[in-house]
Design a protein around this ligand. Structure first.
Ligand SMILES: O=C1O[C@H](COP(=O)(O)O)[C@@H](O)[C@H](O)[C@H]1O
Length: 253
């Protein structure tokens, strides 16, 4: 049974950045004290810039970065130094500025087809569960990440799970691929909903006016047409916490 979501409606994106840094620092301390590590899944997009407060005092020196493990919620199937790469975005904007050991960062493998890249990432996650690096959900048997940091596109997509694309209905695979993403670039890999929803904590970090219509649907104030939006399928075993600014909530009553 999913818990009620926690919703933080903040004035500006800069307030979201501060609240998000506090939330992440608290979870980092909690999970490291309990398990000796903190597994964090990053999406791309605007989220990476909204993580910027973690680079400031007191977080930079108070967080035990050496215990963080970094994964990617979705990735574009391009070289890791390509401008479209979510790894490059995260590395340039965040990962290169914090002392997380390189061996604790898990980018996709290059030079594989989208299908091969998704399978390879899934196998790597399964191996990390088998050797105890990652936890396993006792409910679903999928990997159980401590924290997934997700954004949402204006069309309500999460990760690379889009409306009208079958990947959003995947039940068995942990990671899947898409070669006709409606948002460029077309070839991507993505966590599936069963893997996403096995997480302990999911933060949906959504800012800006473009998201306002989808936020109205996601928070139940407007019926969706036909199928629910992908974002409406986000329902973790643990807690879902929304971080929203005034622009993203401007259509809410
Ligand atoms: O293409 C993608 O889009 C989403 C949303 O991005 P945003 O810029 O609207 O925040 C992002 O979460 C995902 O990781 C990315 O591949």
């Amino acid at each position: 049974m999913a818990h009620h979501p926690v919703i933080h409606k903040l004035e500006a994106e800069s307030n979201v950045a501060v609240a998000l840094a506090n939330y992440i620092a608290d979870l980092s301390a909690k999970f490291i004290a309990a398990n000796g590590s903190f597994s964090v899944v990053l999406s791309g997009g605007t989220l990476i810039d909204t993580l910027r407060k973690l680079l400031d005092p007191p977080y930079m020196s108070s967080i035990d970065w050496s215990k963080w493990l970094i994964f990617f919620l979705d990735e574009r199937v391009v070289p890791l130094d390509h401008p479209d790469s979510n790894y490059k975005l995260a590395y340039d904007g965040f990962l290169s500025k914090v002392p997380i050991p390189k061996s604790n960062i898990y980018p996709i493998k290059e030079k594989l087809s989208p299908d091969e890249a998704a399978d390879e990432y899934e196998q790597r996650l399964k191996h990390l569960v088998a050797n105890g690096t990652l936890k396993k959900s006792p409910v679903t048997g999928f990997a159980k990440f401590d924290l997934i940091l997700a954004g949402m596109g204006p069309d309500g997509h999460v990760a690379s799970l889009f409306c009208w694309h079958f990947q959003r209905f995947e039940k068995t695979k942990w990671v899947t691929s898409i070669t006709d993403s409606p948002k460029p670039p077309p070839s991507r890999i993505t966590f599936t909903f069963p893997l996403i929803n096995s997480a302990s904590e999911i933060a949906m970090v959504v800012t800006g006016e473009d998201a306002a219509d989808a936020i109205k649907v996601a928070l139940g104030q407007h019926a969706s047409y036909g199928y629910p939006l992908p974002v409406q399928k986000v329902s973790p075993e643990g807690t879902l916490t929304w971080f929203l600014d005034n622009a993203a909530t401007s259509e809410l009553k």
